[in-house]
Design a protein around this ligand. Sequence first.
Ligand code: KG4
Ligand code: ZN
Length: 345
Amino acid sequence: MTKLILGLESSCDETAAAIVTSDRRVLSHRLAGQEAAHRPYGGVVPEIAARAHVEALTPLVQGALADAGVTLADVDAVAATAGPGLIGGVMVGLVTGKALAHAAGKPLVAVNHLEGHALSPRLADPDLDFPYLLLLVSGGHCQLLLVEGVARYRRLATTIDDAAGEAFDKTAKILGLGFPGGPAVERAAALGNPSAVPLPRPLKGSAEPHFSFAGLKSAVVRAHAAGTWSPEDIAASFQAAVVDCLIDRTTRALDRAEDATALVVAGGVAANGAVRASLQTLASDNALRFVAPPLWLCTDNAAMIAWAGAERFAAGLTDPLDMPARPRWPLDPSAEAVRGAGVKA
Ligand code: KG4
Ligand code: ZN
C-alpha cells in the first residue's frame, strides 16, 4: 500500500515541509529561505537561523498538508532531519517532528540530512538502483560515497578542509558578488574567461580520492588583491579549477566503485551547470548512467527528507521519541577520520 510521509528540514538556513508518497509522488513541498536575514552578515548566523525556523515551521507544515489535501491523520510517518547541521535549527525541526508524531500516534523517522541528499536522486529517478557512486557536494560537505542500499553508505573520500560549496561562498564574498555565493559565482563565471587566472588544483592526481579547497580559496584572495583580473575572470577560473578537482577526484573514486551502476550527484553545488555538464561527460566516458536530481531537489528541501523517511520506513527503520539531535553525524561511521574534515557541519 502507498504510504504518505511528512518530511521536515531545518538543519541550515532553509525551513521546509513536504508530503511525499512511497511511490515517488511529491504531493506538496513548501520552503522558506532566510537569505535576507543572513545577507547583512555574509553568511549563516546560527542563532538567527534557529529563531527563523521556529517562526516558519508550523505554517509550512500546515501549508504542506493543505497543498497535499491531507490531514496529519492521513500521514503514515513523520520524518525529520536529526543532524548533522546547526544544532539549534536541527532541534527545532526534530522536536516539531516528535511532537507531530506523538500527537498523531505515528512513527518518527529521524533522517540524516546527508542521507536525504544521498537518496534524493532515487525520488527523481525510479530506475536508479543500488549501488551507485555519489558525489555529495554541498555547503558543508564534499564527499564521494558508494551508496549500497538504504542505511548502507561507504565513504570513499571527503574534504580535508573546506567543502566545495563553502569555497564557492567564500569566493563570492572575496569578489563582492553577494550571498548566497554559489549561484552568484556561476553567473559571474558565465561572463569571464576560465583560463585567464592561473589557479591551483589542490590534491589533483593524489592517490586517495580526497578533496581540498582551502588553498584554492587563498589563491583567489591573492588573485583578487593583485588587481590584474576582473571578478568575472577570477570567478570563471575558480569554477574551472573546482570542476577540474571534482572530476579528477571522482575519476579516482570510480576505480574503487566497480559495482556502481550510475554516477550520481547531489547537494547544493549539483545545481551548478558546469559541474553537472562535466560529470555527465565523465559518466558517459565510463559507460555509466548519470543521474542528477532537478535543481530544486539539489539544494536543501524537505521532499528529500520525506523521501529518505519513506525509504527508511519501508525498510522498517523508525526511531524512538528520545532520539537526540546530532550536530555531527557521519553517514559512514566506519570511515577513518581525515585531518581537518567536517570542521563545518
Ligand atoms: O545542499 P545545500 O543547499 O545546503 C547544505 O547542506 O550545505 O548546499 C548549499 C551550497 C552553498 O554553498 C551554495 O553556495 C551552493 O550549495 N550552491 C552552488 C550553486 N547553488 C548552490 N554552488 C555552485 N553553483 C551553484 N549554482
Ligand atoms: Zn544540504
